[in-house]
Design a protein around this ligand. Sequence first.
Ligand SMILES: CC(C)(COP(=O)(O)OP(=O)(O)OC[C@H]1O[C@@H](n2cnc3c(N)ncnc32)[C@H](O)[C@@H]1OP(=O)(O)O)[C@@H](O)C(=O)NCCC(=O)NCCSC(=O)/C=C/CCCCCCCCCCCCC(=O)O
Length: 710
Amino acid sequence: MAQYRVVSGSVALITIQNPPVNALRAAVREGLFNAIKRASSDPQVRSVVLSGHNGTFCGGADIKEFGNVSLPGPHLVEVFQLMEDLVKPVVAAIEGFALGGGLELALACHYRIGHSKARVGFPEVNLGLFPGAGGSQRLPRLVGVPAALDIIITGRHVAAGEALKLGLLDKVIDQNTVDAAVTFAKSVEGKPLDNHRLGNRPCPPLENMDAFFEEAMKRVHSRARGAVAPITCVQAVRGAATLPFHKGMELEKMLLGTLFNSAQAQASQYCFFAERAGARWSMPSGARWDTCKAKPIGTAAVIGLGTMGRGITVALARAGLSVVAVETQEHQLAEAQRAVSRMLKGGGRVSYSPDLQAAAEVDLVVEAVFEDMAIKEKIFKQLSEVCKPGTLLTTNTSTLDIDRLASCTRDPQLVVGMHFFAPAHIMRLLEVVYGPRSSPEAVATAMQLGKRMGKVSVAVGNCTGFVGNRMLKPYLEQANFLLEEGATPELVDAALEEFGFPMGVFKMSDLSGLDVGWRVRKEEGLTGPGVTAGQPMRIRHSRRYSPLGDLMCEEGRYGQKTGSGWYLYDKPGGRVARSDPWLRNFLEQYRARHGLVARRISQQEVLERCLYALINEGFRVLEDGIAASPQNIDAIYVFGYSWPKHRGGPMFYASQVGLARVLEGLNHYHQAHPDVPHLEPCSLLRRLVASGSPPIDKWSEVVKGHRSQL
Ligand SMILES: CC(C)(COP(=O)(O)OP(=O)(O)OC[C@H]1O[C@@H](n2cnc3c(N)ncnc32)[C@H](O)[C@@H]1OP(=O)(O)O)[C@@H](O)C(=O)NCCC(=O)NCCSC(=O)/C=C/CCCCCCCCCCCCC(=O)O
């Protein structure tokens, strides 16, 4: 786990060996501990170089070990202290990355040499933690408080060049890092080390320290959205700035104790693995990620250059593809060309055309036109005629039937959905939607392309809204019902924002445009002139229906773009939402017209009704086999719908709340609202509760048993 050999006559070269990222699991900690002791007592050794196997220094503590109540083997703090106290110089040779405990290890060395492509950082905050093995105390002593706090709070990866400027690295080189570190180690043999032991150094002084930390704490509180780890980062760094090292270490230990087994830390760490779980996709046919080969893709066409098409063009170009961007409306094409060039800052290989023929020779097409089945069908038919045989035809539809589009083509097995999220060049999620006729090779190719674009890609089955939008529907529906019953958009949004969403449901609708849902409801036959005549306004298909969104659109209130929606904005396109007296009036009149009596609605009811309805649909998605696992659903919600990471995604949240409690809540609300089928607990949830509410990683066994009985 930690290889030891003496090189160049006097240098102990210790190499961490724990693929794939050299995480510091118990055996590694033990190996390091023993290797340092050996170097200490080896008379031949006058210096030490610490490196990682296979071009990777160290990815930090082993996150998989964190579930253990007491971690086996020597504690990281103990290993790092032993290293810092060594009387022989220790040089870290950093290749690849030194992250989390990996960087803490490097900070316990006396010198740090990095390869120019190396990256360092403290991503613990993303895991609901902070650098709690000495990192929060050593880094500020090396680079100063402001730089250290920034690195610790953001969790960002710092490139070698910047790390050198900050003084985090002593040297950056382009050649073999270990060889350079060995040469360097020999040059410092016998030299005094005291100033290189960060634990011995005071923190560089900071003017207006109180004001600095107060300001930092305010900023963190306003951005953390209920996450505790970022607040702890500030507290720990403040300790480094004000306390002697050993006292700072005591504070760090105490703070880590409050986080280590917390619900937020568990949720964040679950998200880390859920993000990666999507790569191991499977289809109901049994096709899997490890048995299907992706087709090589070098060229792509994007059809339709609205907001989504432009973002997709940028994402594909940034992934190194040569892209043909097609838009039949000339003025839109010129505008898109300017916008895409701006986003790509002159880089990327993109050509533009008003003619679909330009897609004739590409390997893959992403259709991103208006959300209208008839238009999309026409385009798929044309593409099938125009494109060379074997071209993968994909659609960015957010709700429509992939199989119906496939049936317009010559080769339905080459059709899949690639559902991007706006803005497509920034949002990490990609839903790859397979229809009953999509080939495993087509799915593998879309998944592989998602990876190239840096997306969290999740393969899902075909149904209206797929996974994300299907689950969103009952959530939105509950929010509207709550308005009818007496809530305001402000009350609903405040509850959801306090839960951790960056934006409540009504602010989000205003941002994405109320007309989008209106159009979908018209397509679904829920609203529109021919539909409403003679029908009770609040019932559709024998179920409760809220026409509030339709009425808003009829008033021309589409949200931010028109300057008013659920909120008022200072101008069309304005961003700052203000309460709108018109809306209060409108809601009062609406309730009066329908004989509804407004009641007081608590934040708890808002959360339970909106979130439980969404979660319930998540169970149905699992039950129907549309998502392969709860982890996939959670990745979709965290990376596509900004579900707070420290809550772990909707399905993980349900497991933390307790499945029995979610079931009880749904039963309660369904009894109160029997005309709302989305509140009726689904049978998978009932079965899970009846099976004793197993942990989330065991749900699949109940799902499988359930499916075999269908
Ligand atoms: C950038 C990466 C390192 C590499 O990226 P990439 O090349 O794309 O590869 P991936 O697909 O991401 O990863 C490959 C597989 O490796 C797995 N992996 C990666 N990192 C780790 C890890 N650190 N541990 C375990 N496994 C890891 C990954 O899951 C992949 O496998 P699979 O596909 O899922 O099967 C990238 O991987 C990355 O960013 N990694 C994470 C880096 C990171 O976050 N590091 C920080 C970890 S936390 C840490 O180091 C320190 C925490 C501080 C406290 C620690 C103290 C511990 C003991 C305290 C006990 C105190 C108790 C107190 C209570 C009391 O007092 O009572």
